[in-house]
Every structure is written in structure tokens, then in C-alpha cells.
Write a new protein. Structure first.
Length: 143
């Protein structure tokens, strides 16, 4: 890999780790209601458990935590794979293929975030998608 290409990928790895870390902060602090309606909503979200069938009883808060953990883990997985490829000096064609797959996946995550998330996940996901797309298109076929 050329240094320029590696630099774009290294920046993408940094943003993938940063996105995973920032998103993990939500597990440290619980949301607090600012008024009675918000307090009631949060109480229902975290304490009312619905019957999901097959013996599963989950609250919306538990489902939200599950999705939130998956969001952080997908960014951690992408960062670790890219870091591994960089450190092992993987073949050029393999790096291009994996970065291409990640560009598609993080592009889909970006589209979902645009419609269903708020500013920080949308912006971080957009930056990661953009960096991976630039990395992919900067990767030239191996000579």
C-alpha cells in the first residue's frame, strides 16, 4: 500500500475507534427526565417489559441498549479489521476488497442514521463513510 492510501485508511481507523468510544459513553450515564412527562416516558421505557414471545420479556430501554451496543461494536470491528490489514501489510487487492465491503456497510449505516438518529451518530457515521469511500477510490489496482 502507498503511504497516502495508508494515511486515509489510518484516519478512517481513528474515526472508527472514536465513534465506538463516544457511543460507548451512553452506557456510563442514564438519561434523566427534565420534566414530569419525560420522567414518565423514561420510567416506562426502562421498567415496562413487553412480552416478546418465546419467554422473552424486554423493555424498550433494553432493546435500545442492545442496538446501541451493536452500533459501537460494528465500529470497533471495522477499526480492528482495518488496523490488522495495515499492520500486516495485507495484499493490495485484499485491502481494496475489504474497504469496499466496509464502504457499502457503513454507507447503509449512514443512511439509516440520517433517518432515525440524531446529530452525533449521523455526523460520525458520515465521516467514517466518507473516509472509507475516499480510501477505496484512492486504492489503485496492484501492479
Amino acid at each position: 500500500m502507498k503511504n497516502k492510501i495508508t494515511s486515509w485508511l489510518k484516519v478512517a481507523v481513528g474515526f472508527q475507534f472514536l465513534t465506538a468510544a463516544i457511543h460507548s459513553l451512553s452506557f456510563i450515564r442514564s438519561p434523566q427526565g427534565k420534566n414530569e412527562i419525560e420522567k414518565q416516558l423514561l420510567d416506562l421505557m426502562y421498567n415496562y417489559k413487553m412480552d416478546m414471545g418465546a419467554g422473552f420479556h424486554r423493555s424498550m430501554g433494553q432493546l435500545f441498549t442492545s442496538v446501541s451496543a451493536c452500533f459501537a461494536l460494528i465500529y470497533l470491528l471495522g477499526a480492528l479489521i482495518n488496523l490488522y490489514l495495515i499492520r500486516k501489510h495485507a495484499p493490495h487487492s485484499l485491502v481494496k476488497d475489504i474497504v469496499g465491503i466496509q464502504t457499502l456497510i457503513y454507507g447503509a449505516v449512514f443512511i439509516v442514521a440520517i433517518f432515525f438518529a440524531f446529530l452525533p451518530p449521523v455526523s460520525f457515521t458520515g465521516v467514517v463513510f466518507l473516509l472509507l469511500a475516499v480510501s477505496y477510490f484512492r486504492l489503485k489496482p496492484a501492479p
